[in-house]
Design a protein around this ligand. Sequence first.
Ligand code: PLP
Length: 368
Amino acid sequence: MNQILVTKSSMPDLNEYMEEISSMWDTHWLTNMGPKHKKFQEELCSYMGVENIDLLTNGHMALELTLQALDLHGEVITTPFTFASTTHAIVRNGLEPVFCDIDPFNYTMDTKKLETLITDRTCAIMPVHVYGNICHVEEIERIARKYELKVIYDAAHTFGETYKGKGIGTFGDASCFSFHATKVFNTIEGGAVCFKDKKLGEALYELKNFGIHGPEEVSAVGANAKMNEFCAAMGICNLRHLDEEIEKRKKVVERYRAHLEGIEGLRLNSIDPDVKYNYAYFPVVFEERIFGSTRSEVFDALAEQGIGARKYFYPLTNTFSAFHGKYDVMKTPVALSVSKRVLTLPLYADLAFEDVDRICEIILSCKK
Ligand SMILES: *Cc1c(COP(=O)(O)O)cnc(C)c1O
């Protein structure tokens, strides 16, 4: 049986990668902000249309160390419809997550509900650009200004995107990206933070290197989250082919839409004309009463045929057993409902059209 996984990591041609790393056999400079790190950083600034960026071991450390660098205390408003990392970054900093519900159409923070959650303990907002859908950035900025709150975007799904022509990394005080193997753009493992304030950048740079300020001074309790040279080299190679990869993903998404658009009981991702998408995910929400089958029944039907869709994001982070029932999931009813009804379908640049056709055929065979 032809197995199809939900994603497949992009890799450059082996020779291209070998050429990129070959100089390391002369320099023996393998990590600690070497020439590949520097080159990759410069290329990212220009590709993303940002002025400031720092590179880290992964997207999680980008989130966690950005919060630490901002020296925050109190409550951070976020959403539970995300990967574990977002909530964990908050809690691991000794901060308290306050969960805002999501917009039923693009699944990002519902800004109509955001203001009601602000207290005198609120210090920051950490919204998530879920599936590559862009948050209501203007409204978030307005509210953050009014209450003097920091905004840190979890931008793990949005590498390469623009909103109204502006690089997605230019919004908020900081935007954190993931270059994990499963993302649209990867450095094997990796992450980055785009930031506005150079002081934040300096703090972050020290925190990713044990808090070392100078040869004889350690001024913060830092971690180790430096991107190594092999990962940076992978990034340099993958970046050369990214536009092409995104174009191929777009074609795959168009193929899915051609089959599934207009089918009663299926809700496809909404499209915002102001966004240049990276086609990171293809979520489908099932309205069981109309479609006739539940999300889980469709998931099982696909699995039986060797197709790995994902219940992404299920369960919600505010229901994790790690939090021992501390958070009331009924406060985020839209997120709860979507998490029970959504499936993200396989999507990667080289996914064959015949496979897309087969996946859609199986889904449509579940319609009653
Ligand atoms: C992948 C992901 C992260 C974490 O990134 P890593 O590079 O895997 O550490 C954080 N938030 C979201 C929404 C993600 O999808």
